[in-house]
Design a protein. Structure first.
Length: 331
């Protein structure tokens, strides 16, 4: 693998006739030849960046975002600083185009860069360097941009734009993944596929980054990264229902809580943890028979859940009586 990387670097340096390889590449800035999308949902203000590549852990280098500020995709011969610096420029009031212009103004390797920036008003700016590896290009639309390099053919990014436009009724995350699916179906990366990532941030900042990154999913190494990314997104949606159920319990709205828990369980019926905490919630709300009905098959399938249940009263996570606990553990 090291030999392949070195050979690619030497070949491209010779072809591009750059004055110094160090200006183009450093050990912290990988060859993220790839396809990606940056997009904003006009209805919610949410912003997303989604990417797939035949390179390990593409999400750690290509995708950047901050709630209330914008998102950045930096790829081809990646310059990771474009992510942080681009967001910083947006944060002080620069438009997407102004931020991109400033990033490229003193970049001697600009012709091997591919960068897309979207700001919190939905304005987009995209750059595809003249010496990005073919097939390379980008296409902008209403509050989105798709971009790709080292593709099998030149139909990839138009296919992404078309798919994104055709799926306007989907939530932003699913819509962005539809664009990635279309890219892969159109031929995708000439080398194949290895990793993918999806980042969605709020349109406005709230209590902090821990609450404002709505989705932050990565598939670091997989023979089929996009199907796995879809699975992870579905799993997150299911856990969103679990969290909504917990919130309903706090508000003592048990009908809503049960509906949310059941929605999660329908999405992933083999997930024992979802069923387990649903049962514990029921028990804590004096619905022990209903809780036991859920716990019985869980304990049968995996006895360690019974052991965990025995430990919960000590930390206040299970508030049943001693007699009720004895009944539960006897299942």
């Amino acid at each position: 693998m090291l030999l392949n990387r070195y050979s690619l670097l030497v070949l491209l340096v010779l072809l591009l006739r750059l004055p110094a390889a160090a200006q183009m590449y450093s050990a912290t800035d990988p060859f993220a030849h790839t396809f990606s999308i940056v997009a904003r949902d006009p209805a919610t203000g949410e912003m997303a960046v989604a990417v797939q590549s035949h390179w390990f852990s593409v999400g750690t280098s290509v995708s950047w975002g901050e709630a209330g500020v914008g998102v950045v995709a930096t790829q081809s011969f990646t310059n990771k600083s474009f992510g942080l610096r681009g967001l910083a420029l947006l944060k002080i009031g620069k438009s997407a185009q102004q931020a991109l212009d400033e990033l490229l103004s003193n970049d001697e390797a600009r012709e091997v860069r591919q960068v897309a920036i979207l700001d919190n008003q939905g304005r987009v700016a995209t750059h595809t360097g003249k010496k990005c590896v073919d097939m390379a290009g980008h296409q902008q639309g209403n509050q989105f941009s798709v971009q790709a390099n080292m593709m099998l053919n030149a139909t990839v990014w138009p296919a992404m734009a078309k798919a994104y436009g055709q799926n306007a009724k989907l939530p932003l995350a699913e819509r962005a993944l539809a664009a990635l699916d279309a890219a892969q179906a159109a031929g995708g990366d000439i080398r194949g596929r290895q990793s993918a990532a999806l980042l969605v941030v709020r349109g406005t900042a709230t209590e902090g980054p821990w609450a404002d990154r709505l989705i932050d999913l990565r598939v670091e190494d997989s023979a089929a990264p996009l199907p796995e990314l879809h699975r992870l997104l579905s799993l997150q949606r299911a856990y969103d229902h679990m969290n909504a159920g917990d919130l309903a319990v706090e508000k003592n709205d048990m009908p809503l809580a049960i509906n949310e828990y059941q929605a999660a369980e329908r999405m992933f019926p083999q997930n024992l943890e979802m069923k387990y905490w649903h049962a514990i919630t029921l028990a804590n709300k004096q619905q022990v028979p209903a809780a036991m009905a859920l716990l019985r098959p869980i304990f049968k399938q995996e006895p360690n859940w019974r052991t965990l249940t025995q430990r919960l009263p000590k930390v206040g996570l299970l508030t049943v009586t001693d007699a009720e606990l004895k009944q539960i553990l006897a299942l």
